[in-house]
Design a protein around this ligand. Structure first.
Ligand code: ADP
Ligand code: MG
Length: 338
């Protein structure tokens, strides 16, 4: 008799959850990305006890069709990808259809949604099992609440030791979301206390000001650069304003936050002689490119990417920042009392 069998869906989802939902901040990232993909212009995030007790996201996006409700928490179920061809041309933030299935496997999730002209609904899933499925009052958009994270995965629960660290990571993710989407109003609330709120006016400098204050925003200089395949634009901050780590090098590609060691390095190189050795710059830059030139499917978190014309982009990045810095040397720094 054969020994091999396909694992049941709830076990498959628990395994996938290990990669997709590592910690509260990964959930915040996945859920708000879904709101952005749904075209939301207002996204409110309410966190209780650093996300371990509750993560609630309310959006005004296009909502989910009533007919689709049975697929929402199924693995590899997505509305964002139809053909394998599209996998090489990703335009949405999500596409793997894994987040909600994974989250539903390791937490208690309640989801309410309504799309235009469709019946509003509510569903609750706990550790992979559906609990109720009742019709809910009308409101366009989606409300999702994740409670008791990792209640059925004790090892993962133990791994979340320091709630302060988790809060910091949630702030980090939300700030990057806000920076990458100045035309969306984001609100972040911890235990009933507002942390920040952006207006959605589309003005990146205003977002920088709300998040980092005037010392940073008033020293931010607009830059832009183009090469045959890439366009870079955004702000670099004068070299006199420094930070002691690389976290303030904000990079996004087609408005998706990315981490790319060589790109960060090319920015640090451009600032090279203008900053002390142990100090790092602040920049807020978005790269626009044909989605065919980038592979975002390297890891489930989609933060790491592979580029096909890397050398061209690295050069453009260093040149763009250098040109911007040359201009900053001509304009006096704006002083601020600490
Ligand atoms: P993915 O984002 O990769 O498609 P998810 O598991 O994150 O996979 O979500 C599954 C599907 O549920 C999405 O493709 C989308 O159709 C729907 N969905 C999830 N969140 C929202 C939301 N806030 N608004 C509208 N649709 C949503
Ligand atoms: Mg998603």
């Amino acid at each position: 008799m054969g020994q091999i069998h396909v694992l049941p869906a709830h076990i498959q989802n628990k395994i996938a959850a290990g990669e997709v939902v590592e910690r509260p901040s990964s959930i915040v990232k996945e859920i708000t990305e879904n709101s952005l993909d749904a075209g939301a212009t207002v996204i409110e995030v309410f966190i209780k006890n650093s996300g371990m007790e509750s993560i609630k996201v309310v959006d005004n996006g296009r909502g989910i069709d009533y007919e689709d409700r049975s697929l929402i928490f199924e693995r590899h179920a997505t509305s964002k990808l139809d053909t394998a061809y599209e996998l090489f041309e990703i335009r949405s933030l999500g596409f793997r259809g894994e987040a909600l299935a994974s989250i539903g496997a390791v937490a208690k999730v309640s989801l309410q949604s309504m799309s235009e002209g469709s019946t509003p609904f509510k569903m609750v899933i706990s550790g992979g099992d559906y609990e109720t499925d009742t019709v809910w009052h009308e409101r366009p958009g989606t409300i999702i609440e994740i409670k008791d994270l990792f209640f059925n995965t004790p090892a993962r629960l133990k791994y979340i030791k320091n709630l302060r660290t988790e809060t910091g990571k949630i702030i980090d993710i939300m700030q990057r979301m806000a920076l990458n989407n100045p035309d969306v109003s984001f609100r972040l609330v911890f235990d009933g206390k507002d942390r920040f709120k952006t207006t959605g006016s589309g003005n990146l400098k205003e977002v920088i000001n709300i998040l980092y204050g005037t010392q940073v925003s008033s020293n931010a200089i607009p830059v832009s650069g183009t090469s045959p395949d890439y366009t870079i634009d955004g702000f670099i901050v004068r070299p006199e304003v420094t930070r002691s780590n690389r976290n303030y090098i904000n990079l996004s590609i087609n408005n998706r936050h990315v981490r790319h060691f060589k790109l960060s390095q090319s920015i640090i190189n451009a600032y090279h002689t203008l900053q002390p050795k142990d100090k790092y710059p602040l920049v807020f830059l978005n790269i626009t490119m044909d989605p065919k030139l980038i592979d975002v499917n390297v890891h489930p978190s989609k933060i790491e990417v592979k580029l096909s014309k890397e050398a061209e982009l690295l050069k453009l990045m260093e040149d763009t920042v250098k040109n911007g810095l040359m201009e900053t040397q001509l304009i006096p720094e704006v002083e601020h009392k600490k």
